[in-house]
Ligand binder design. Structure first.
Ligand code: PEP
Length: 255
């Protein structure tokens, strides 16, 4: 099957699907391999071992990732998960800076830099999420906010070295996450183009081009194709529509 080798379909299950539901999802998922295109699912921490085992058993072309990582490797951080713990069970992918982490768990651009740098130092592949609130878009601050969210990682030598390699981005306008209000392809294309121009001015054209920028926010099988047809949109970070094997497969079929 031919497909676009740049495209990454990443599911974010959030706080859904414990080990049993994870096993059930992966036993029902029928996903043909595609040349170059990647599928990945960020599952809840407790379901990671189950997901890894099921993917291996069924030889599914799906990478399994964690939704969070602490920036310290061990210590007095009750309730947190460290990089060495994730590595020990065979996890190589982490999602960092999701807007729900920023909103409900007080993550800031500063703590997100610490996590991103630490995860990269420890060999993880990072998908870093950025995106503006509705009020920020409505007051014409979208680009300012995106710049603020990226400036620290773009100034950090460890992060800079990994853009386009083990560090990629997801643009997720917060007003589109879980709301059913998807950004128009024009809005998404414009934001992606702005983000890529920020990357290019700090890292150069070639790293900017090599960095995947996924779109996230109410992606469904009904709107994914049109988003993917826009230049600069390298895949989707998908919440709700990644929770059922049939809709995950339907998204995969559009790549
Ligand atoms: C997300 O979880 O990052 C997300 C974009 O969710 P949804 O697709 O449900 O809007």
């Amino acid at each position: 099957m031919t497909s676009n080798p740049r495209i990454l379909l990443a599911g974010n299950w959030k706080m859904n699907h414990g080990p049993k539901a994870t096993r059930e999802f992966l036993s029902r998922l029928d996903l043909p391999k595609k040349d170059g295109a990647q599928a990945r699912i960020y599952v809840p921490c407790l379901s990671l071992p189950e997901a890894l085992a099921a993917v291996e058993e069924r030889r599914l072309p799906v990478q399994i990732g964690a939704q969070n990582i602490h920036y310290e490797r061990s210590g007095a951080f009750t309730g947190e998960i460290s990089g060495p713990m994730l590595s020990e069970i065979g996890i190589h992918q982490v999602l960092i800076g999701h807007s729900e982490r920023r909103q409900y768990f007080a993550e800031t651009n500063e703590s997100i830099l610490l996590k991103t740098r630490s995860a990269l130092e420890q060999g993880f592949e990072v998908l870093l999420c950025i995106g503006e609130l509705l009020s920020e878009r409505e007051s014409g601050r979208t680009e300012t906010v995106l710049r603020e969210q990226l400036v620290r990682v773009l100034q950090n030598e460890e992060c800079k070295a990994h853009f386009g390699g083990r560090l990629h981005l997801a643009y997720e306008p917060v007003w589109a996450i879980g709301t059913g209000v998807v950004a128009t392809p024009e809005q998404a294309e414009q934001a992606h183009s702005f983000i890529r121009s920020l990357l290019a001015s700090s890292l150069g054209e070639s790293k900017a081009r090599a960095t995947k920028i996924l779109y996230g926010g109410s992606v469904t099988p009904a709107n994914f194709k049109e988003l993917l047809s826009r230049p600069g949109i390298d895949g989707g970070l998908v919440g709700g529509a990644s929770l059922k094997p049939d809709s995950f497969r339907a998204l995969w079929d559009l790549i």
